[in-house]
Design a protein around this ligand. Structure first.
Ligand code: PLP
Length: 419
């Protein structure tokens, strides 16, 4: 892994040294249904490099111990490794302080934490919460639950046919009633990159807070929470080559300090008596119980993997693959892309008129090609496009042009056979 960056950068402007990159991902080297695996479901979860797998296994083999509470050597080593990840995440998001980083299970828990803790304290009857039409269910349901509990109203930013938010409509929704705008940075179903800096600026003008769902953005775009000036930012480790079951929530210090704890238990307290409990400082106030230590440690290695290659190199490669895929697929009879925003990442969502996405997904799987089919946890968005679901091919650093050709050949064959 140590020379990976040099090797890749030598060739990156022409072609990435994909052999070296792919060698880092053991899962890619297998046959599925008798054919070499083509993994194009990266928006759902990315595969894990050896460095991440080894970091998790080294923790269990070498220094498994509970953190923070122990004074013995293994506990101190585990605590140090765990807290090192917090510093790495701080740098990854360019947060001002490591204390503004809370470890979670992932994006879903990050959003739920804000809705439950900040929302319950600061949202009242008659208030409004704004989300967009392209939200993942994890950025819809927690706010619906809060609105129901508090008597607040959920407002939805409409989108155009390309799958871009209509900014003027967003501006019309904003008012002094708006308490928070919670919006996806990059859509998992469409690939759209939302103009979040402008969205945040406008929200702040009416005194609203902004949460960014960074689940898809974090592996493709440079994130700078200070320059964006977002109030909260949530992401998941498993979408950035890290383990499942771990993620982080960034929140501005003054907001986190004003928020009540999310869960009660060990670690989040300063002192407990049967009469009264005082709470720990941030971030520990929000990290009740034994956390997912091994996977937090693995998350650091995942971020290092990304940093070694460089996000600009990762996105350049992925975008090239998406453009190539579009060129190869666009003449398939009935092919209709869903999500054609000018500013988008390497997610190619489409339908083939007259054929069901599930059938296509199953037939591609029979050829060893893994794509996602369905509503991608964005059912309201599918409704807006008048469809039940799409076929989604999403590209990552380890995908190749040959794999795109396999997808194209497979689809051409299926459509010829079924139409
Ligand atoms: N938001 C978006 C845009 C996503 O793509 C996803 C996962 O697909 C999530 C939120 C939820 O992430 P997780 O399931 O890791 O909590």
């Amino acid at each position: 892994m140590s020379n990976l960056k040099e090797d890749i950068l030598e060739t990156t402007t022409k072609t990435l040294d994909l052999k070296k990159v792919r060698a880092e991902f053991p899962v890619l080297h297998q046959e599925v249904n008798g054919k070499p695996l083509v993994y194009l479901d990266n928006a759902a979860t990315t595969q894990k490099p050896n460095s991440v797998i080894n970091a998790v296994s080294e923790y269990y083999k070498g220094y498994n111990a509970n953190i923070h509470r122990g004074i013995h050597t293994l506990a101190e080593k585990a605590t140090a490794a765990f807290e090192e990840t917090r510093k790495t995440v701080k740098a990854f998001l360019n947060a001002a302080e490591a204390e503004e980083i809370i470890f979670t299970k992932g994006t879903t828990e990050g959003i739920n934490l804000v809705a439950s803790s900040w929302g319950r304290k600061f949202v009242e009857a008659g208030d409004e919460i704004i989300i967009s039409s392209m939200e993942h269910h994890s950025n819809i349901v927690p706010w619906q639950m809060l609105c129901e509990e508090k008597g607040a109203t959920l407002k939805i930013i409409p989108i155009n046919e390309a799958g871009e938010i209509i900014f003027e409509e967003y501006e019309k929704l904003l008012s002094e009633k708006t308490k928070i705008v919670s919006i996806v940075y990059v859509s998992n179903s469409l690939g759209t990159i939302n103009p979040v800096k402008e969205i945040i600026e406008r929200a702040h003008k009416v005194g609203a807070k902004v949460l960014l769902d960074g689940a898809q953005a974090s592996s493709h775009l440079e994130i700078d929470v200070q320059s964006l000036d977002c109030d909260f930012f949530a992401f998941s480790g498993h979408k950035i080559y890290g383990p499942t079951g771990v993620g982080a929530l960034y929140g501005k210090r003054e907001l986190l300090e004003a928020m009540p704890p999310y869960q009660g238990g060990g670690e989040m307290i300063k002192e407990v008596t049967f009469e009264k409990t005082t709470y720990n400082e941030i971030p520990y106030k929000f990290e009740a119980g034994t956390p997912n230590i091994a996977d937090v440690i693995g998350l650091k290695t995942a971020i290092e993997f990304i940093n070694e290659i460089g996000k600009e190199n990762i996105s350049a490669h992925e975008n090239e693959l998406m453009t190539y895929a579009y060129e190869l697929l666009k003449d398939i009879p009935g092919f209709r892309p869903i999500g054609t925003a000018k500013n988008k990442i390497s997610v190619l969502s489409f339908v083939i008129e007259g054929l069901h996405h599930f059938d296509i997904g199953m037939m591609l799987d029979a050829q060893g090609i893994a794509v996602r089919t369905g509503h991608h946890c964005t059912q309201p968005l599918m409704g807006i496009f008048g469809i039940e679901g799409t076929i989604r091919a999403s590209f990552s650093i380890y995908n190749t042009k040959e794999e795109v050709e396999r997808l194209s050949d497979g689809l051409h064959r299926i459509v010829k056979m079924m139409k």
